[in-house]
Design a protein around this ligand. Structure first.
Ligand SMILES: [Zn+2]
Length: 127
């Protein structure tokens, strides 16, 4: 499932969706808050332009919304299972979602670009 050539590989290894060799984000850590969303203009390996059109990644906010809802439900169930009250659970959820937000933002961008760009085994030259 995490083999090269799958979209899951590109999403979870921070790789270019087209060649899956070059890094998508400049910084590998999702918790370097200063550079959390900085992406390369072009893939360092195949030179594929990541910003396909102006404001391309605005659509990723819908993916972020979906990921956040899924995470909130899971966190709420965890809080419920460990016996938190409703108010404690809301506080726990809010803190956990705030801590996880950089990860969610990065994952959503990778998921979004992988929805539109397919892997090409040969070395592509789209500039
Ligand atoms: Zn590439």
């Amino acid at each position: 499932m995490l083999q090269k050539g799958t979209k899951v590989y590109s999403i979870f290894h921070n790789k270019c969706p087209k060649c899956q060799n070059g890094d998508f984000f400049i910084n590998h850590s999702a918790f370097n808050f200063k550079n959390v969303l900085k992406i390369h203009d072009h893939c360092p390996s195949c030179h594929f332009k990541f910003m396909i059109e102006p404001s391309f990644f605005y659509g990723a906010m819908y993916v972020t919304y979906g990921l956040t809802v899924i995470a909130a439900v899971i966190l709420f169930l965890i809080g419920y299972l460990i016996g938190l009250t409703f108010v404690e659970n809301l506080i726990f959820m809010s803190i956990a979602l705030a801590v996880l937000s950089p990860l969610s933002l990065r994952l959503s961008r990778l998921i979004y670009i992988n929805m539109f760009v397919d892997f090409e085994k040969s070395k592509p030259t789209n500039r």
